[in-house]
Design a protein around this ligand. Structure first.
Ligand code: SF4
Length: 423
């Protein structure tokens, strides 16, 4: 979401006459787009602001804006006192508010900025936010406090934006939301994500369509069936589970059980053959016993995801989980959290190795987005990273690659042809 916001801001600032500076020291206007999902992300931003303070001492006219998830509706006064060198604080995703603060704009923005600034090299993949905020209240999560209640963008507005982006060369669109599958419940007529996927699917020039991130409570049969029916909608779903123990899920306030989640995974695999499923897990959440953690390990072994984002719990002030840490019986020690994270990573590395090994000898369609260290890099429909060497320029094209090498996090192979249009 932050990448999407930053791309949109970059484009909007270019629209009013700004250009990227060589370095922060040369800039008239510095915007820091912040993340607050973990304490370490906030600490990095504070470190950066401290560095930038020196620039402001040399060039006092430089304007500094702190933007993004660190800036919630209720904490601006705390930051104003703590960070006097920052001129303005702006809530996440409010691109227009940041642009309005830019000193001496050359032009006025005539239409909403597209999230891509440099059209001489249009990016292959573009993120398009479709809803902002979150109405859930997971115990560990600070996002609803910072990004506010859910707001969906109108279906036609998203459709128009996708058309404009694809007309300018993008091949793959990823629709983004904090809970992307709850899209539309606040709009007139209550369109849902399945309706939106159908609405944008036939955009001329669009090769691939993805969406991120889903919540198990909103993953409907209609959505699953729609993904299966739409050829450009890729068989790739991120469905965060967070834990594999019912008592832990209840403490986290996730609103489902392991059995319910498992049935959902089975249903998805039944309806969408060759789907790739990824998930997110937090270990060491307050109240997580070793037995609960062992149940999470057992769930990973049973469900065999393609990829798992594993995080050790990070305390976020203001959340229900942070309050639970005051009880020493519930807090999990740092060393134990790290032990659980590493153990889970090892289990998942073995599973990913085994799953990817089944790709050996298969030919996959790879939409190429980068040339790096002498190799073309792209992704297959399952969103797996694939590398290959070839003398032609493959950026934005779909290579048919026969897989000759498999690793837990990527695949490698040789080009055997080129796929046309939808892959
Ligand atoms: S669903 Fe839960 S984890 Fe996701 S953004 Fe909302 S509160 Fe946070």
């Amino acid at each position: 979401m932050n990448i999407a916001d930053s791309e949109r801001l970059e484009s909007a600032l270019q629209g009013v006459g700004y250009a990227p500076a060589e370095s922060a020291a040369d800039a008239d206007f510095i915007v820091l787009n912040s993340c607050s999902v973990r304490a370490s992300a906030e600490e990095r931003i504070i470190g950066k602001i401290t560095d930038i303070q020196r620039i402001k001492q040399d060039r006092p006219d430089t304007k500094i804006v702190l933007w993004g998830c660190m800036v919630g509706p209720n904490n601006q006064s705390i930051f104003k006192a703590k960070l006097p060198m920052v001129d303005h604080f702006v809530s996440p995703s409010a691109v227009d508010e940041v642009v309005a603060l830019a000193p001496n704009p050359v032009y006025q923005l005539e239409e909403p900025a597209l999230p891509v600034a440099d059209w001489t090299h249009p990016p292959v993949n573009v993120f398009v936010p479709i809803n902002y905020g979150c109405n859930m209240a997971c115990a560990y999560c600070v996002i609803p406090l910072r990004r506010g209640k859910e707001r969906s963008r109108p279906l036609d507005e998203i459709g128009d934006e996708v058309r404009r982006i694809v007309a300018r060369g993008a091949k793959e669109i990823t629709l983004l939301g904090q809970i992307v599958d709850s899209y539309g419940h606040d709009l007139p007529g209550r369109p849902d994500l399945a309706d939106l996927l159908k609405h944008v699917h036939d955009t001329p020039g669009l090769v691939r369509l993805r969406f991120l991130t889903s919540h198990p409570a909103f993953m409907s049969d209609k959505l699953i069936e729609t993904i299966a029916q739409l050829p450009r909608c890729m068989p790739d779903i991120n469905l965060p589970v967070q834990a594999g123990d019912d008592r832990m899920l209840k403490l986290m306030k996730r609103g489902y059980t392991v059995a319910k989640y498992t049935r959902l995974i089975e249903r998805i695999r039944e309806v969408i053959p060759h789907v790739s499923l990824t998930t997110d897990i937090i270990v060491g959440h307050p109240g997580e016993t070793r037995e609960m953690f062992d149940n999470t390990v057992a769930m990973l072994e049973a469900l065999r995801f393609d990829k798992v984002h594993i995080a050790a719990y990070s305390s976020r002030p203001g959340t229900k989980a942070a309050a639970m840490e005051d009880d020493p019986a519930l807090a999990v020690e740092y060393g134990e959290k790290q032990y659980r994270r590493i153990q889970l990573e090892q289990v998942q590395e073995r599973i990913a190795t085994e799953r990817n090994a089944t790709f050996l000898g298969r030919t996959v369609d790879v939409l190429v987005d980068e040339y790096t260290k002498g190799k073309w890099r792209g992704r297959d429909p399952n969103n797996k990273l694939v590398f290959f060497e070839h003398p032609e320029d493959w950026i934005g094209r779909v290579a048919q690659v026969k897989i000759t090498e498999t690793r837990p996090w990527w695949l490698g192979g040789d080009v055997v042809g080129e796929a046309q249009a939808a892959s």
